[in-house]
Design a protein around this ligand. Structure first.
Ligand SMILES: O=C[C@H](O)[C@@H](O)CC(=O)C(=O)O
Ligand SMILES: [Zn+2]
Length: 276
């Protein structure tokens, strides 16, 4: 498992492009028949991908955790962004259509990921955080995720936000997770921008067609930097960092957070005219 230590805002503002990539960009998450995991020291979140094609993939334990099994002291949110798939957790099977979400609580011992079809495999995105209590393993479809319309065509940011794991949705210790889908012709996400030093955040961009790119803005809102991203790449947002982006076409992204609270609306605005 790759480990990324945390860096601060003072250090980050001197980074060149490669240093920004090495510290914040997560590439090659979705590789056929492999479990890919990146351990970030911001709130000890683990970011992962599992694409089962020829065989099922097991959520294996890792020495960095010094645990008996992966979820001994952790919770896990999983969203499928591919074809139909099945997750088996301690013998119980959960079928996930595209954009369904499964929450797995602390204490779940055996987890495996499978696809319904090799031709159109499931693509599972994983986000895990330390947990100190057990909440029930629960599946949510996107229809259950109380979709909210945000933005406008005029400002090229019309989008639908689906919230899965949060204070009024699937119960968790500290994970907050959902996704946003941009309407055709809309390209800007998370406008007006914000920070929340109470929680770190990770964005996983998906359904970005080949040949298109996503310009993700990050850093102190008064000293922004950017990363150029492709489909199925994730970006780690430090608790002090803003996180918003603009695509060369519309797309979707999974957002996930961990930290101090579970309140989705707890954000400190960084209004557009104040950005530098
Ligand atoms: O803290 C919350 C996150 O940054 C996202 O949920 C924002 C978002 O999906 C959007 O505005 O489109
Ligand atoms: Zn945010």
């Amino acid at each position: 498992m790759e480990v990324r230590f945390a860096v601060g805002p003072e250090e980050t503002k001197g980074f060149n492009t490669q240093q920004l990539i090495d510290n914040f960009l997560v590439k090659d998450l979705m590789v056929a028949d492999k479990l890919k995991l990146v351990y970030s020291h911001y709130d000890r979140v683990i970011i992962g991908g599992a694409v089962p094609v020829a065989k099922a993939i097991t959520l294996s334990n890792h020495p960095e955790l010094r645990a008996e099994y992966f979820l001994e002291r952790r919770e896990l949110g999983i969203i499928n962004i591919g074809g139909k798939g099945t997750i088996t957790a301690d013998g119980k099977k959960y079928d996930l259509e595209k954009l369904s979400c499964l929450y797995l609580g602390k204490g779940t011992q055996k987890v495996s990921f499978a696809s319904a079809s090799k031709k159109n495999p499931a693509v599972f995105y994983l986000l895990s955080a330390p947990a100190h209590a057990t909440y029930p393993n629960t599946l949510y479809t996107k229809e259950q995720a109380s979709p909210v319309e945000l933005g406008a065509v005029e400002t090229a940011n019309k989008r639908t936000v689906y919230k899965y794991i949060h204070l009024d949705g699937l119960k968790s210790c500290q994970l907050v997770m959902g996704l946003t889908v941009l309407a055709p012709g809309s390209v800007w996400n998370s406008i007006p921008p914000h920070t929340h030093t109470r929680r770190m955040e990770v964005y996983l961009y998906f359904d970005l067609p080949e040949g298109q790119r996503l310009f993700h803005f990050m850093g102190n809102p008064m000293e922004t930097r950017h990363l150029v991203m492709t489909n199925n790449e994730a970006v780690i947002s430090a608790p002090w960092s803003t996180h918003y982006g603009c695509g060369t076409t519309n797309y979707g992204f999974i957002w996930g957070m961990a930290g101090e609270n579970l309140v989705y609306t707890d954000m400190d605005p960084a209004p557009v005219p104040t950005l530098k």
